[in-house]
Design a protein around this ligand. Sequence first.
Ligand code: ADP
Ligand code: MG
Length: 405
Amino acid sequence: MKLDVDVLRYLSKDDFRVLTAVEMGMRNHEIVPWELIHRIASLKHGGTYKVLKNLLKHKLIHHDSSKYDGYRLTYLGYDFLAIKALVNRGVFASVGRRIGAGKESDIFEVATEDGTILAMKLHRLGRISFRAVKSKRDYLRHRQSFNWLYLSRLAALKEFAFMKALGEHGFPVPKAVDCNRHCVVMSLVQGHPLVQVKEMPNPETVFETIVGLVVRLAEHGLIHCDFNEFNIMIDDDEKVTIIDFPQMSHELCNEILHSYLLFNAFPSCRYFERDVECIFKFFQKRFNLSFEEHPTDDDDSPVETDQAGWPSFSSISKTAGFLDKELAASGFTRKEQDDIDKFIEGGNNDAGSDRESEDAGSDGESADPVSEPESIEDEEHISAPTISLDPLQLQEKDKAEKSQS
Ligand code: ADP
Ligand code: MG
């Protein structure tokens, strides 16, 4: 999706007030009746209709008159609300080029006031695995709070909470900077996704590091659930960074413990197995590594293992659930975990296999009550249009920097 942030500059205070009113109306309306938008926005000088027309022109809202005259936010409208809020908080000052399009997200460079480049990830849950999502609709239909924007916001909150907690525990992840709505701001990781790396000097060492990380996560009762060459970044010094956590689960910890107790075998957790297998296969194929039975046989392994070489039960039980407090501190609670886990489970089954693109945001079916902000007055401060959003300027700066180095 194109994110023309230039438009942001030209949006007035009233434009943002009405856009926020649509967002608020969507808490309990799939399509927000225009009278309600008018009432929530209560513009001092009137003119709601004119503002709506302007928002429509910029594709920030979608008009629907099938049942009554109403509007809903588009993903772009939601993007603008998040970006504006983060800019007003001083998290960044401008948006640059798109640096990645994941399965269910778009990633952009953003720059802070002092010129530091960060990464901004906009979650678009349900965009690609849209069919998987559709099949879940029966389950979701009776859930009042279900909607695309809500789930994208949950995915962002979950990723932010995990990134922060993992970073605090010394895992190599991007630094979690801030989060608003469906948007996560994090440090920019140098290097490339592993999938793009054709050659490296020490594949064995990198492989060991990566498997060591999966195992260390599991020791903490955590499974990435989408651990593959797309979600591992590697720089010129072969430093590894794990990205992309919305599927990560610590609920699965129970499954691990269960299988350990029942079968005395740690790896019978299918998600863990799949994570490890992905890495095995990738290194085997791409770098011709050959393997012994499993990766943790190595005596020098930093991981506490049992006789069979798998992470020991005692180390799992010691740390299982240890992140609960940290996750809750970021506002990611049990309820949110439940909501999103149930939804994402469907996507898990075909993780990595379904890479075609479909935009759920424009199919007219998105039903999106969102639970932010608390009151339109809370968001009043976001509407001062004093920001400089200049993607071109940022790209030029980029080029200049590159030619200098
Ligand atoms: P998705 O959840 O949609 O798979 P990812 O988080 O995996 O999205 O990101 C998609 C791509 O964007 C990555 O493969 C990577 O190239 C780029 N990317 C994501 N996060 C960062 C970051 N913090 N720094 C640099 N590039 C990133
Ligand atoms: Mg990814």
